[in-house]
Design a binder for this molecule. Structure first.
Ligand SMILES: O=C(O)CCC(=O)C(=O)O
Ligand SMILES: [Fe+2]
Length: 427
């Protein structure tokens, strides 16, 4: 097929992507329409979905604005600020397949850890007095938790829970996730004394667990230190957090994330990113610690639903309010060397492909300009993370053979897929 024909074929499937960008991607993939299509589907959603579903999306998104890839759209509880073109119902499309699946509730440490081995669960983790005073402190800071603001399909959206980002020490110039959210600045705070005390106890627990696991070269090799804490404020049972996996941009591949719940008991849900996965419901009570071990963000999605029964128990002082703190370790060189978008120069977001077995596991950089400012841009690079720990590393490539890839040990489907000529690809 001639290049022009290839471009026409791609354009008919992805009318929202400009021809110049398609050409750039086609070159990146050595002229392979199949591989370019895989990558685009990763961003924009599959194109062979059933007509009914297609029609549903079409009706909701004008063709020019359909870039809001379904994945991203579903990843935040979105309340459209200005226009009503982006319906909240969109979320239900993305999860409908999984919702039809069996959902199982895991009530205790043994059930949680044996069913989802990527998780560790510790009820009543902090000393009671510390958990209570941390809860009181955060309740009193409610005004400092802000809506996350971002764009989907050109519309300004607000999350329907509030967030704050706490930094260990001074607030850095370079914000969490490279200022992914429009209001990253106003969400920034320094660790309080209580958060720092909790951090030390959580770090000890985390390092004890990590010492029992095999470290992958992409993981943090040193002791795990929480330098960053993302707080989520769920004022009532109506506040929720939709299906997502946590962004890897500043915390890197295979991160450990430690999640502490304070206040009301709500359901936390988790399911595999791909395949016919059951949904697991995990009630997280006050002062429980959930460790999401390396690989959890790569292989699973999680959410805190606002279903009527998501509130399991009120808290004597916080009532329906639940505050969640997720402690993370940012990787300085990764953050400093995030590439700029080759098209619009915005900062990019680090993600991992998972939808198709043949491309699953590749890390890639995606322009986040559209999400932050509303100006849509499909800028893309593969991620080459081999020099991630070096101060001035080039962490991107157009060559899939140089791209960093991680596959779960039990992902036989992807390990045996051939479309990407696996024997040529560095794992
Ligand atoms: O509130 C929770 O339990 C989960 C929070 C979360 O997923 C996040 O901050 O990314
Ligand atoms: Fe999360």
């Amino acid at each position: 097929m001639e290049t022009e024909q290839k471009l026409d074929a791609l354009q008919s499937r992805f009318p929202e992507v400009g021809k110049d960008v398609l050409l750039e991607l086609l070159i990146t993939f050595g002229g392979s329409v199949e591989q370019t299509k895989l990558m685009l589907e990763e961003q924009f959603g599959p194109r062979d979905i059933k007509t009914a579903v297609k029609r549903e999306i079409k009706g909701k998104f004008p063709a020019t604005k359909r870039k809001a890839n379904v994945e991203t759209a579903a990843s935040e509880s979105c309340v459209v600020a200005k226009k009503r073109a982006f319906p909240q119902k969109q979320t239900s499309f993305k999860v409908s397949k999984a919702s039809a699946n069996i959902s199982t509730t895991l009530y205790n440490k043994e059930q949680i850890e044996s069913t989802v081995p990527y998780l560790r669960f510790y009820p009543s983790f902090l000393p009671d007095s510390l958990a209570d005073s941390l809860l009181d402190e955060l309740l009193s800071k409610r005004a400092q938790f802000k809506d996350k603001m971002f764009h989907i399909a050109g519309n300004e959206c607000h999350s329907n829970h509030q967030s704050a980002v706490f930094y260990d020490g001074d607030i850095p110039e370079q914000k969490y996730d490279n200022g992914f959210y429009k209001n990253s600045k106003s969400m920034a705070q320094s660790f309080t004394g209580n958060i720092r005390t909790a951090k030390f106890l959580i770090e000890d627990q985390a390092n004890e667990v990590l010492a029992t696991t095999k470290k992958h070269p992409l993981q943090v090799q040193s002791e795990w230190r929480a330098s960053l804490c993302v707080g989520n404020y769920f004022h009532t049972n109506k506040n929720n957090l939709d299906w997502h996996s946590d962004r890897l941009t500043t915390i890197g591949p295979l991160p450990l994330i430690c999640s502490l719940t304070l206040g009301a008991t709500r359901i936390f849900r988790i399911r595999k990113q791909y395949g016919e996965s059951p949904i697991y419901n995990i009630p997280l009570p006050h002062n429980s610690l959930l460790l999401m071990l390396p690989g959890t963000q790569e292989e699973f999605k999680h959410c805190v639903p606002s279903l009527g029964n998501s509130l399991v128990a009120r808290h004597p002082r916080a009532n329906e309010t639940r505050i969640n703190l997720t402690l993370r370790m940012s990787r300085a060189h990764l953050q400093n060397n995030t590439p700029s978008c080759p098209i619009c120069k915005s900062a990019m977001t680090l993600r991992r492909m998972y939808k198709k077995p043949a491309s699953r596991g590749y890390y890639f950089w995606l322009c986040n300009g559209g999400y932050r400012s509303g100006k849509e841009c499909p800028g893309f690079y593969f991620a080459n993370l081999s020099d991630m720990e070096k101060p001035r590393a080039k962490l991107y490539t157009r060559d899939v053979k140089q791209a960093t890839r991680w596959l779960a040990e039990d992902d036989h489907e992807a390990r045996t897929a051939t479309e990407f000529h696996m024997e040529d690809v560095k794992d």
